[in-house]
Design a protein around this ligand. Sequence first.
Ligand code: PEP
Ligand code: MG
Length: 579
Amino acid sequence: MKQMHGIAASPGIAIGTVFLYQDDTPQVPQYSLAEEAVEEEIRRLQDAVQRAEADIRQIQQENNSRLEKDEQAILDAHLMMLQDPTLFESVHRKLQEDLLNVEWVVHQTVKELMEKLMASGDPYLKERTTDLRDVSKRVLSHLLAHTRVGLESLQEEIILVTHDLMPSDAVTMEKSKVMAIAMDAGGKTSHTAILARSFEIPAVLGLGTVTRMLSGGEVLIVDGNHGVVILDPDDQTLSEYRTMQDEWHEHENQLMRLKNLPAETSDGKLIYLNGNIEVPEEVVSIHSHGADGIGLYRSEFLFLGTHSLPDENEQYGAYRRVLESMQGRPVTIRTLDVGGDKLSTHIDHRDEKNPILGWRAIRMCLSEVDLFKTQLRALLRSSVHGRLQIMFPMISGIPELSRALDLLEEARQELRDREVPFARDIPVGIMIEVPSAALTADALARKVDFFSIGTNDLIQYTLAVDRGNERVAYLYEPFHPGLLKLIRMIIESGHREGIPVAMCGEMAGDPLATVVLLGLGLDQFSMGAVGIPEVKRIIRSASMAEAEELVGSIMEMRTAAEINTAVQGYMKKRFGLDA
Ligand code: PEP
Ligand code: MG
């Protein structure tokens, strides 16, 4: 048994079997087949063998004059192995007996054969194992490419262990089969963490070397509440964690009873509690957790992990679906925020030295005008199906905002020319997530209908700490006095101009920060839907008077550590919150 500590990135506890995912060397998956699927597997095998033969012939042709005699002999031997009926027959027989997928059967048959050859003691036969491994790798690479083995085709429930996970992989993976995620890399506000929370998958990230400790198939406990993973747990630990799992579910069920009650402080301030979503399917969870609306729909996920760029109609369909299913509650859709760590295969993201500071979000949209206007038209068209709000990401100052608003006006005009209807008064807001925007919030507030503070990036850019880098995660401090001052400045600027100020970064969903944010005057909180009930519980038992007093005292402090200690002590004593 071995315990490792990482970052508690998504709550919940899972106990299951490890699936080690390394996208450069794809693991051979194992899954069961129906009897009638065997014929198709045999056909796939024949196809893969033919392709492997064609590869070898091509190497021989292209390198005819350069190949040494020995090398020619090896390739000839490989061709003979591929044509050897014995191997093929034993795979065939196993397929029928075991009813497992062909790549797994090939992998196992070759492994057994290699063990026999090694055990024979005959030096000639032992040497053949290298050839056998090469040949089987070639066949497997064709089989795996064929099935695009990846996380989208998981068949059994597993615990996903990986070095890092691209947001596009996370969004396309077969989520119902992923019980938990354990990762070497990643921070609490990395997009993998955000997606894990959205999909309600417990996750521990930033484990450093977990992939090196495992090879797949082991039992693993992932405790996303405390940021712990336990490898090969003993019976007593397993039973303790099963009890903790039950208690956690009970706690969640209790909170769900608040679902239909308003998030109102004891002295009568009504707060809007909204949900963040990445894909339209999450609307179900938004409803089940009692959100007042959607405060952030990260529309870029429509552009990630897809076969082609979604056109105006496809986008319109997705936005319409979300708006309709929210039945008149507000839905804030953020325009495309790709770049940085969210790369779309359909957009030319050149190799950038500093992608987080590079060509992303609104910057990209303002240079790819057609792409941007297509999205704006789709958004405008969808506005007749619900209460849409449009939000621009990564605005750094007035010129960017003015240009984005001009393009929105052009999109409106294009629809008028096409005689396509759209709502008249769609609120337009911006994310405040770049320090220069926070510092000029007063001027920006005069041009928009609302602000939403994106603390994930605002912390990253204010404290100069990569939000996805576990090595500097200790510097990523939401309670840094500098950050709290910026948040206060943004809220005050918004209020002076009479616009509401929301927050949709992860800080809004951290129960430890709830009373502080209330005291700073935040109007709306938006978070992954699972976080809503706990934040609501705190808001309902807090008063604005105490929140303002708490803020008054912590704003005098000089370090994040001091503020953390004070807030943790307060939240534990007053709301029974465990840090
Ligand atoms: C943020 O930066 O806080 C935010 C909500 O946007 P994202 O996490 O998608 O960058
Ligand atoms: Mg952001």
